[in-house]
Design a protein around this ligand. Structure first.
Ligand code: NDP
Length: 433
């Protein structure tokens, strides 16, 4: 804490992992001798830079850009870029730290990193977003490369932003280096299923959780938060598997739609028109918009937080338990507070942390890198099968590791320990670097 003052989310993410590692260091004291844990808590490299750009009125704006290259023990740094006004170093470090273990869990050769900016794309014209992205990449490009560091999207960074970023990289370097970014459009080196991957992957993971207890998703009632990339495609797969999704949200409130979310309308409002969630309710008279209150007060069997960090607190967790919720799985990164996780555990709710449950996005990014490296492109069905297999393997790996370390059924312990040991073994093999 003294070394990283004010970085609250990073402290939270690091403590959550460290809390799980007691049985690991007891069994493998050589990890302590080699100072693996303090080494992992210090990013290999942190880059902070000025991003000047001109808005539509001709005024110069200054934002701050970040890239934290946390660990390259398993492969090139890999992790998304977040554009949101709340972004500061602590956000990027928490996300980058989580990414190390998530990427390890996928079983694919990718290290951990994350980046972003305090730029807010909301309400900005396409021209402004483009000029910002070009300025951001003009500084960042020198740190990237398909064997070095490979960013992708996250909050506020979707297909439009990635297009502008890739265009500027190509222009500056004079290289059509497809593997330098993932989440690209299908016409220019992107992978099928990448857009859907985090949401779909989350639902495959939940399906496995239910199978190992009491049945499938068919007929379950699900509360989802968020209405961005992860939420929309989680809802799509949930509905395909027979679940009734009754909520979604954005930062202006949540929608309760007892008839089940109308996905076509939600996509039209959020993806095509980039409007607020209130526009959904205007066109769906039986749905209501709740501006004050928590989406987690809506009774459900399964709750999937898919918006942002610390969006589900102890109070929310108590409401979920009281309403008989059986499963909470994180589509977002670190959406549950430590208190919420305790309350869910005491209430007998099965809880899956994001680094396992939302790993489908980065896993499919690694599949995109494979396709780029071999100048190939796979079809939707094949890519989706690969994603599904990866998610089911991550689920199995979490449970097997939890068993091995005497904590059966504990997804947090399983995910943290399995993710950590693979990175630690690679670091040991490579010496003190
Ligand atoms: P998007 O930008 O597409 O959507 C984010 C959604 O969350 C929007 O509905 C947004 O509402 C809402 N949201 C964001 N911040 C807040 C806030 N402070 N309060 C309330 N609602 C908020 O992002 P993604 O769907 O890509 O990402 C969502 C989460 O999933 C993040 O935690 C991200 O790190 C994580 N994730 C994403 C992956 C991906 O592949 N995209 C992969 C793995 C994890 P509003 O528009 O009003 O801001």
């Amino acid at each position: 804490v003294r070394r990283n003052p004010g970085e609250d989310e990073f402290h939270q993410a690091a403590l959550e992992v460290l809390d799980s590692l007691g049985p690991v260091v007891a069994k493998h004291p050589h990890y302590v001798d080699a100072a693996i844990i303090p080494r992992l808590c210090e990013p290999e490299r942190q880059i902070i830079f000025r991003v000047p750009w001109t808005d539509d009125r001709g005024e110069v704006q200054i934002n701050r850009g970040f890239r934290v290259e946390f660990s390259s023990a398993l492969g090139p740094y890999k992790g998304g870029l977040r554009f949101h006004p709340s972004v500061y170093l602590g956000t990027v470090k928490f996300l980058g730290f989580e990414q190390i273990f998530k990427n390890s869990l996928t079983g694919l050769p990718i290290g951990g990193g994350k980046g972003g900016s305090d730029f807010d794309p909301k309400g900005r014209s396409d021209g402004e977003v483009m000029r910002f992205c070009q300025s951001f990449m003009t500084e960042l490009y020198r740190h990237l490369g398909e064997h070095t560091d490979v960013p992708a999207g996250d909050i506020g960074v979707g297909g439009r932003e990635l297009g502008y970023l890739f265009g500027q990289y190509k222009r500056i370097t004079n290289r059509y280096e497809s593997g330098v970014l993932t989440g690209k459009g299908l016409a220019w080196g992107g992978s099928q299923v990448r857009t859907e991957a985090t949401g779909y992957g989350l639902v495959y993971f939940v399906d496995e959780m239910l199978r190992s207890t009491d049945g499938g998703l068919d007929g379950t009632r699900v509360a989802v938060s968020g209405s961005g990339n992860v939420a929309i495609f989680a809802i799509e797969k949930l509905q395909a598997l027979g679940a009734q999704v009754v909520t979604c949200s954005d930062s202006s409130g949540y929608v309760l739609d007892e008839d089940g979310i109308d996905l076509d309308l939600l996509k039209e409002v959020k993806l095509a028109r980039r409007q607020r969630i209130s526009a959904y309710v205007q066109e769906r008279p039986r749905a209501t918009l709740v501006e004050k209150g928590s989406v987690w007060e809506v009774p459900c069997d399964i709750a999937l937080p898919c918006a942002t960090q610390n969006e589900l607190n102890g109070h929310d967790a108590r409401a979920l338990v009281a309403n008989g919720c059986r499963v909470v799985a994180e589509g977002a990164n670190m959406p549950c507070t430590p208190e919420a996780i305790d309350v869910l555990g005491q209430g007998g709710v099965a809880y899956a942390p994001g680094k396992a449950a939302n790993a489908g996005g980065v896993a499919t990014s690694a599949l995109e890198m494979q396709q780029n490296a071999s100048r190939d492109s796979w079809d939707f069905a094949y890519t989706q099968d690969r994603l599904e297999g990866i998610m089911r393997r991550i689920h199995r790996r979490c449970l097997e590791t939890a068993d091995e370390y005497g904590q059966p059924g504990d997804y947090v312990a399983g995910a943290n320990i399995a993710g950590f040991t693979q990175v630690a073994d690679a670091m040991l093999a490579m010496g003190v670097v």
